[in-house]
Design a protein. Structure first.
Length: 119
């Protein structure tokens, strides 16, 4: 019986405190557990979880439009709508009208964070 207790205590990197006769290890594990429950865990539940829940439930994630999608965005305080003509890693190219002077398409670049897909 004595040999089994010694093997369970010394057999691993983190011995089981219930089989180990060392009161120092057992009290250190209790201290670490109390530190997590009193300091770190409440902070995680109070700040991190609500923050990420708010982001994902509200839909603040970046939009990912595809070529041909209609999007709405703002330029110089004006709300504009256009059609996506190209997609890049961080932005999209949008044709939002035709120039009256030159009969050329008006094209701009819009970051994924700054538009909404209207379809």
């Amino acid at each position: 019986m004595e040999g089994e207790t010694e093997n369970k205590c010394n057999g691993g990197i983190f011995p089981n405190p219930y089989y180990c006769s060392s009161p120092i290890f057992f009290s250190a594990s209790i201290i670490a557990d109390r530190a997590w429950n009193t300091a770190a865990k409440p902070l995680v539940h109070k700040y991190l979880i609500p923050y990420y829940w708010k982001i994902y439930s509200r839909g603040d994630r970046m939009a990912n439009a595809k070529v041909g999608d209609k999007i709405s965005f703002k330029r110089e305080g004006n709300s504009l709508e256009g059609v996506v003509t190209g997609v890049r890693e961080n932005s999209v190219m949008v044709q939002y009208g035709v120039s009256k002077d030159k009969d050329e398409p008006l094209i701009t670049i819009v970051n994924h964070k700054n538009y909404k897909i209207t379809k």
